[in-house]
Design a protein around this ligand. Structure first.
Ligand code: ATP
Ligand code: MG
Length: 233
C-alpha cells in the first residue's frame, strides 16, 4: 500500500475463531483486507468456515484472537453501531420478523443509528421489482415467504440502507437461476452506484456465479483462507 492510498475498509489481523467446547479451531489465524472496489467471491466446501469467517468480519461473534480495523482504526464499543451500519452481513438463512415484507423493510429505520433516514416505499418497490418480484411483494406476510423470497426481502432490507460493505452468505442458495441472476444484478447496481467506495464478499458454491460477481476469488478450506486454486468447485 502506498503512503497516499487510503487504508482498506476492513482489515483483519490474525483473527481466530474456536469451538471451546470441542477444543477445535473453526478459523485459523487469518490476515485479510478488503479494499474499496474489491468484489470477492469466497468458495470452499461445506463446513470449511466461510460463514464463520464472514460473521467474524462483521463482528457478530466474539473473536478468540486477533483484531479487526475499520478504515485503519480499531473498532471501539462506541463505534460498533456505525460499523454495523457500514458493514452489512446478509445471513445464509434469512431471518424475517412478523408482519408484512414492508414491516420488515421499515424495521431498521426504527433504530437510532438510522435516525434521520426514512423508509422509501417507492425505492423499496423498485428494488423488489428489479429482484423479479411481483408488485404485491411488499404487502406479503413475511411468515408466508418461501426461503428464496425471504432471502430477497433480507437483501432489500440491507440494500435500501446503502452500506459500504456487503457480506453476502450464499444469498441465492434458495433461488431459481432466473431469480439468482436478478439478485446478481441488484448487487451489481449497488456496487456500481459507488464503485470506488464499496466492496463485497459473496459466498457461493457455483464457480460460474463466483466468476460473475467477483474480481478476486478466495477459498476457505478447513478454516484456512487462501487464494483460489483452479480445482476448487
Ligand atoms: N458457533 C459455533 N460453535 C461451534 N462450532 C461452530 C459454530 N459455528 C460454526 N461452527 C462449525 O464451524 C464449521 C464451519 O461452519 P461454517 O458455517 O462456517 O461452514 P461453511 O463453510 O459456511 O459451510 P456451508 O457451505 O455449508 O455454509 C462447521 O463445522 C460448524 O459446525
Ligand atoms: Mg455457510
Amino acid at each position: 500500500m502506498s503512503p497516499l492510498s487510503p487504508p482498506p475498509i476492513i482489515e483483519a489481523h490474525g483473527i481466530v475463531r474456536c469451538d471451546s467446547r470441542a477444543g477445535t479451531t473453526l478459523l485459523a489465524a487469518t490476515d485479510f483486507s478488503l479494499a474499496a472496489g474489491q468484489r470477492i467471491a469466497l468458495m470452499g466446501p461445506s463446513g470449511a468456515g466461510k460463514s464463520v469467517f464472514l460473521r467474524s468480519l462483521a463482528l457478530l461473534d466474539p473473536l478468540d484472537g486477533g483484531r479487526i480495523e475499520w478504515h485503519g482504526q480499531p473498532i471501539e464499543r462506541a463505534t460498533i453501531p456505525l460499523f454495523r451500519k457500514s458493514v452489512a452481513y446478509v445471513r445464509q438463512r434469512a431471518a424475517v420478523l412478523d408482519g408484512t415484507v414492508e414491516d420488515n423493510l421499515r424495521y431498521p429505520f426504527s433504530l437510532s443509528v438510522y435516525h434521520g433516514l426514512r423508509f422509501d416505499r417507492t425505492r423499496a418497490a423498485r428494488l423488489a421489482e428489479r429482484a423479479g418480484r411481483a408488485h404485491d411483494f411488499l404487502d406479503k406476510r413475511a411468515s408466508e415467504l418461501s426461503g428464496g423470497e425471504a432471502q430477497i426481502a433480507a437483501l432489500i432490507r440491507v440494500l435500501q440502507l446503502d452500506p459500504e460493505v456487503l457480506l453476502l452468505d450464499e444469498p441465492t442458495a434458495s433461488l431459481d437461476p432466473e431469480s439468482a441472476r436478478a439478485i446478481e444484478a441488484l448487487v451489481a447496481d449497488w456496487f456500481e452506484a459507488c464503485p470506488d467506495k464499496r466492496a463485497s464478499i459473496w459466498v457461493s458454491h457455483d464457480p460460474a456465479q463466483a466468476a460473475r460477481v467477483s474480481n478476486r476469488q478466495l477459498t476457505m478450506r478447513a478454516g484456512h483462507l487462501g487464494e483460489t486454486a483452479e480445482q476448487i468447485q
